[in-house]
Design a protein around this ligand. Structure first.
Ligand SMILES: [Zn+2]
Length: 266
């Protein structure tokens, strides 16, 4: 009706943005000399902003993956535990060796007394023999324990070798993984910068009032621009009226009569 005067277009857009929640069938014509229609520009902007969001999500995901050192931490904890076990076993072994040596010394003393001919009293000799026998039994038990402990300690040493090897593998894997993740992150940062430039360039080209409508819709609905596919608004899945469909073919902003999103006919 009044679209020959460019000033009226802005008035129409302002009306469109203030009538929230009301089904508005607004058609706002822009200068037809524009190479890219406003709807196309806004759709393009939306795609760039979606790509920026996806990029940022990917960056945080990579950040979390880079902060994850659990594989190496687990491998290191396993190795530490095995080393501690070996240390404890060595301590027990030392105590056992000391006790065995002590018993051997006692047995030696008794043997000397038994066989040096100085002790002749049969009662005393029998008592010495009984004492010596006791010490030998005790020593034999301790020697069995020492043997078991030695086997255990060999097994732990083997575990330490395995755990050390696994730690080396985990560290190497982590290094490679982090290297790849960092490369990916750098690429994402580069892409992000490029997308941001594209976004700013596009924003500078879009008419400010149209941009305001876009921003308001984005804030309220998440998606501001909806594609029209097979005569249906992609935002609400409701059929677009013939009149609206005709208008989308022009260089205009047409908003869905149902959901209010800016319609874009690819
Ligand atoms: Zn819709």
């Amino acid at each position: 009706m009044c679209c020959t005067n460019p000033l009226n277009h802005i008035n129409h857009l302002q009306v469109a943005t203030t009538k929230k929640g009301v089904a508005i069938h607004h058609t706002l014509l822009y200068n037809s000399a524009n190479i890219m229609s406003v709807a196309r520009e806004l759709f393009h902007l939306q795609e760039i902003e979606l790509a920026i969001e996806a990029n940022e999500q990917a960056q945080s995901r990579l950040g979390r993956q880079l902060a994850d050192h659990s594989l190496v931490a687990h491998a290191r904890a396993r190795l530490t535990a095995e080393r501690q076990r070996l240390e404890e076993t060595a301590k027990t072994q030392k105590t056992l060796d000391f006790d065995i040596d002590d018993l051997s010394a006692k047995i030696k003393t008794i043997d000397r007394k038994l066989y040096d001919g100085k002790t002749v009293n049969p009662k005393e000799l029998s008592s010495l023999q009984a004492e010596g026998g006791d010490f030998q039994k005790k020593r034999s038990l301790l020697e069995d324990k020492a043997l078991i402990l030695m086997e255990e300690s060999e097994a732990i040493k083997q575990n330490i070798l395995t755990a050390t090897h696994e730690l080396t593998i985990a560290e190497a894997e982590q290094e490679t993984r982090h290297k790849n993740l960092n490369a990916e992150l750098t690429q994402l940062q580069t892409d992000h910068a490029a997308l941001e430039i594209k976004r700013q360039t596009l924003i500078s080209q879009i008419e400010p009032t149209a941009l305001a409508v876009y921003k308001d819709l984005k804030k309220r609905k998440g998606t501001a621009v909806a594609k029209v596919e097979q005569g249906t608004c992609h935002g609400c899945r409701i059929a677009v009226s013939n009149a609206e469909l005709q208008q989308t073919k022009g260089n205009a902003i047409v908003r869905c009569g149902n959901c209010g999103r800016i319609l874009y006919l690819p």
